[in-house]
Design a protein around this ligand. Sequence first.
Ligand code: BGC
Length: 347
Amino acid sequence: MTVKDFGITKDGIATKLYTLKNNNLEISVTDFGSTLVSIVVPDRNNKPTDIVLGYDDVSGYETDDGYYFGCNVGRCANRIARGHFVLNNTEYNLDINNGPNNLHSGLNPYSKRVWTVENQNDTSITFSLESPHMDQGFPGALKMYVTYELLEDGFKINYNATPDKDTIINVTNHSYFNLNGEGSGTVLNHSVKIYADSFTPADETSIPTGEIEAVKDTPMDFNNFKTIGQDINKNYIPLKYANGYDHNWVLATAGDVDRTAVRLVSPETGICLSVRTTEPGIQIYSGNFLDGTIKGKGEIVYNPRTGICLESQHYPDSPNKPQWPSTVLRPGETYQSVCIYGFSIAE
Ligand code: BGC
């Protein structure tokens, strides 16, 4: 483990960048937001390649305007319709920050706070954050833990929390992957396989209709490898509404962390990423709203579709969809969510 200064926040707090390394990969994370800043893996010619979008220091993450590069999004990732839900007969209202809806819990995200380092060693680091009762509008205080742990050919993110009152929780990592190397053009040539027979169609504001729809014979079918670019511009309503891929797939793995949920492969570098998760769904977002105004690492401009997010999570708007896997967490229960990223090189 190496530790470097990552810059001082506007409030004068000194942040750090922690790097964990083994023979196969290196990841760097900061206590600002518990954010994943870089993942460096060798390409097929052994060239070290940083495969996630981000910024060079804390000021970029602090001024980030809704892109959430590498962030752990909580307390409830994704959209909640009209920023409103009912729990135990009580109505709760959240910030409206995305059209008429709440996105990624609103204007005071976990990703813009400085987290505490609870534990660190050569292979793992645990951050924690105290989230009080009514933080972002959610009931119940909880202490959120995020652990990054190096594995031989990848790494694991583990989320944990226990509330003191009934609450809602759904945490995910929002890294934008580009397996050609961050800052090197679009991800449209990446091949993807998603182990899912259905997805949750949504309205124009990306709120699921509540249906579960088969992917067969639609551009949403990634059961056989195909490139992100192959169908992305097809005249298909879900793609038009979301300006590309920005949808939740219902994973056939159904929370089995031993089974692969998604594979992503770059034909250029040969880098392959596999995702496994305890979560029932994955939001796959093809960076449609990266608009070429953002300067990321090394002052490189991030244009549309230059990164893809693979966000393991419960389905969007679950607090308003009682028929779906529940995002309610009660005192005495422990929230646990695991996402494992594995790396290899294509033959
Ligand atoms: C959402 C996108 C949104 C992005 C913000 C994703 O999780 O699905 O619609 O634009 O987050 O960075």
